[in-house]
Design a protein around this ligand. Structure first.
Ligand code: NAP
Length: 249
């Protein structure tokens, strides 16, 4: 395999499992040294680090709770101290909490934590990273098909976090373009082995609404992220790349 990312340093938030782990693996296969974050899955994070070391590049995992926005500057400082710089930021870490807006038993603390993790936490990491990203740098924000179309009940809060970071990323493209740093969004789709899927009925409705009529594999979405990180995507910024099996088709 060619190594288009040789010499680059990447940070993937939420790299211990699911799409984040698939992205860490792919960026490493393409030659990047990779830092990633996690919050609870220490054992899985260690396994991903070991696997990446086997690919001949450097890897490090940082436990860093994205819901605590005050952690972001220290995280970026740690990455730079470890690898000497930063070229690629993949905003992947997120959680999903469902429930209709009129649910009297809604777990509002969990919903608030989701807003902190998926929205304010992403913004804090982008702000901190933007201070140090080198020229030619890449910011790739992982959203969801639900960032542009809600589709079923119970997803208002989750969709709002994704739609919010999509628009934020567009603003980042405008702000950092003069420094030759691109900022793009990948709208991921339903994935096997990722975060807990919605209830079976909702899942069936969502899958049947896809052009491809199936869930995706994390590797299929990681490929879209790696493309936007690659030299081939040098003139693409402020874009949304749909990798959700045709949810909007
Ligand atoms: N799965 C889907 O069907 C789907 C569909 C559309 C979009 N997406 C999007 O794709 C991305 C990845 O989803 P996934 O399914 O791969 O998720 P996942 O399997 O649940 O993995 C989430 C990752 O984020 C980390 N994380 C969660 N909360 C965190 C926090 N507060 N601070 C730092 N790290 C945190 C987790 O760390 P720990 O292991 O330590 O918990 C884990 O590494 C998300 O942005 C999600 O919204 C997913």
């Amino acid at each position: 395999m060619s190594k288009p990312l040789m010499g680059k340093v990447a940070l993937v938030t939420g790299g211990s499992r699911g799409l984040g782990a698939a992205t860490v693996r792919l960026l490493a296969e393409q030659g990047a040294d990779v830092a990633f974050t996690y919050v609870n899955s220490e054992k899985q994070a260690r396994a991903v680090v070991d696997e990446v070391h086997g690919k001949g590049v450097k890897a490090v995992a940082f436990q860093s709770d994205q819901a605590d926005t005050s952690r972001a500057p220290a995280l970026i400082d740690d990455v730079v101290a470890h690898f000497g710089g930063l070229d690629i930021l993949v905003n992947n870490a997120a959680i999903s909490v469902a429930g209709t807006v009129d649910d009297p038993d809604a777990d509002t603390a969990a919903l608030d934590r989701m807003h902190a993790t998926n929205y304010l936490g992403v913004i804090a990491v982008i702000r901190a990273a933007s201070r140090v990203l080198r020229t030619g740098g890449r910011i790739i924000t992982v959203s969801s098909g639900l960032g542009s179309r809600v589709g079923t009940p119970g997803l208002a809060d989750y969709s709002a976090t994704k739609s919010g970071i999509e628009r934020y990323t567009m603003g980042v493209a405008r702000d950092l373009g003069p420094r030759n740093i691109t900022a793009n969004v990948v709208e991921a789709g339903l994935m096997e082995g990722g975060m807990e899927p919605p209830d079976p009925e909702t899942l069936e409705v969502l899958v049947s609404s896809l052009s491809l009529q199936r869930m995706g594999h994390p590797d299929e979405i990681a490929a879209a992220i790696a493309f936007l990180a690659s030299p081939a995507a040098s003139y693409i910024t402020g874009a949304v790349l749909d990798a959700h099996g045709g949810y909007n088709a």
